[in-house]
Design a protein around this ligand. Structure first.
Ligand code: TYD
Ligand code: MG
Length: 453
């Protein structure tokens, strides 16, 4: 094998050292020294042992003359994934799928490989071929186009790829890959960077799309260097509460589409099921109306989504009242409580307030504010809201109800699900006429108190 040269660099100040050490001698920071390749074996590319193709010379082209006719997106046969990717997989693209352990990344990708109408190579460094087959049999009928390889050395993987010529490559996971050119152990910053670089080179040269599964760290970012997210074309995040059945697929970065789209799945015993109409599942259609429940019409991406907000207001037993929120920003809850106290005269200072968004979903659409306030008021009075009410409005610091975006779409969704009154801001410009649902306009929080109080 030709000579490979590596050196150690500090990731924070860039200082170079001959060997690994815990602390950088130059900037004194700890754990920043990482091994990096400085010289690759000559004239060899990702196909080990082969001479690389002569360097193609890239010439500037007029943008109008660049040929894009060949980049037809590959349909993944999974509606939710297609939407999040912006219409399918782009040939030659690198997609990174991140998520907590056990959330279902491997399940999703295995399911996609079984559904894909293309020759797919699923490379796993985490499970054996048998284990994968057992799982596959449970989730999807097997097909003849999905190949499973258990290997972690990139050079050997490329050899197999060359022999098999797959149309799509899936790697589970990038943290288990190891390149022969580096001594560092699998999962280290330098290995992740090197393996990703090799895969990018392969993807771009052969126009084969590659999907990487990535682990995430405790704080929720993808394990490994931040640069990994810069290197790939698309970063998808698979999230949800492990104790709930819903999983959400979001695009954090997408070079080929919008990052507003969202895919929703339900984890069943037989794999992940696409949820095409999430609102119907997320709100419980109970016969009996309960106090402290309110329905919010939120927007996830461009899809309107109806969710249930539950609040519990009770007298504080201890001196400091408890405030807790699940699926909602706790700081925002405190702000809304302060607004209710100051503008509407509710004495919530001595009350415990608990808030929960059902379904284990995390919402950051400000339009949910109005439903949160309504749920709190309802629980405080211990009086249920009418079952046909729903809400979409942001609450400002002075108690004003602020307009929300795409209000027409929200109204239509609420109407479709059989709600009879939707509360929105007076400042919203509503283009719809003759809707079956009544649109109740509010200016300030006192208006809401008057109507539902
Ligand atoms: P997995 O895909 O292994 O997670 P990851 O690769 O993100 O670590 O998913 C494992 C979880 O999914 C496991 O806890 C059980 C659950 N699961 C089901 O509920 N149904 C199924 O059909 C499968 C395959 C997994
Ligand atoms: Mg896995």
């Amino acid at each position: 094998m030709a000579k490979v040269k590596t050196t150690f660099f500090c990731q924070s100040c860039g200082a170079q050292s001959a060997k690994w050490q815990g602390q950088c001698t130059s900037c004194k920071s700890w754990n920043t020294i990482v091994e990096e390749l400085v010289q690759k074996p000559d004239k060899k590319d990702w196909k080990t042992g082969n001479q690389s193709a002569p360097n193609r010379v890239s010439k500037p082209l007029k943008i109008s003359e660049i040929d894009t006719t060949k980049t037809v997106r590959m349909d993944t046969a999974d509606g939710e994934l297609n939407r999040v990717l912006g219409g399918g997989i782009v040939p030659g693209s690198l997609t990174l799928l991140g998520g907590e352990p056990g959330i279902g990344k491997s399940t999703l990708m295995l399911q996609v490989s079984l559904k894909l109408p293309y020759k797919t190579l699923y490379v796993s460094g985490e499970e054996s071929q048998k284990q994968i087959k057992l799982r596959a049999e449970r989730i999807q009928p097997l097909n003849d186009t999905c190949y499973i390889l258990t290997e972690t050395k990139t050079q050997l993987i490329f050899k197999q790829i060359e022999a098999l010529q797959p149309d799509v490559v899936i790697i589970d996971s990038i943290q288990t890959l190891q390149s022969d050119y580096l001594e560092a152990s699998a999962g280290s910053v330098s290995q992740i960077k090197e393996c990703t670089t090799e895969l990018i080179k392969f993807a771009k040269e052969t126009a084969t799309p590659v999907i990487l599964i990535g682990h995430i760290t405790k704080d929720g970012s993808i394990a490994g260097p931040k640069i990994l997210e810069h290197m790939v074309d698309t970063v998808l995040q698979f999230e949800g509460d492990r104790n709930h059945v819903f999983r959400i697929l979001r695009a954090h970065k997408n070079r080929f589409g919008s990052t507003h789209e969202l895919g929703i799945y339900e984890m069943l015993g037989t794999g992940l099921r696409e949820v095409t109409n999430p609102s119907e599942i997320l709100i419980s259609k109970k016969d009996e109306a309960l106090s402290g429940n309110a329905i919010a019409v939120t927007l996830e991406g461009v899809r309107p989504l109806l969710i249930e907000v539950q609040a519990l207001v009770s007298t504080a037993v201890y001196g400091t009242p408890q405030r807790s929120a699940t699926g909602f920003n706790a700081k925002r809850l405190n702000m809304l409580l302060a607004v209710l106290e100051k503008r509407a005269g509710f004495r919530l200072g001595a009350k415990d307030v608990f808030l929960n968004i059902t379904g284990g979903i995390n919402v950051d659409d400000p339009a949910i504010d109005l439903a949160v306030v309504a749920a709190i008021l309802s629980s405080n009075d211990d009086e249920a809201l009418a079952k046909n009410f729903c809400f979409a409005g942001e609450v400002g610091l002075s108690g004003e109800i602020r307009p929300v975006q795409r209000v027409d779409q929200r109204i239509l969704e609420a109407e479709k699900l059989g709600f009879e009154i939707i509360f929105v801001s007076k400042h919203n410009k509503i283009g719809l006429k003759n809707t079956a649902i009544k649109v109740q306009l509010l200016t300030k929080i006192e208006d809401l108190v008057q109507i539902i109080g």
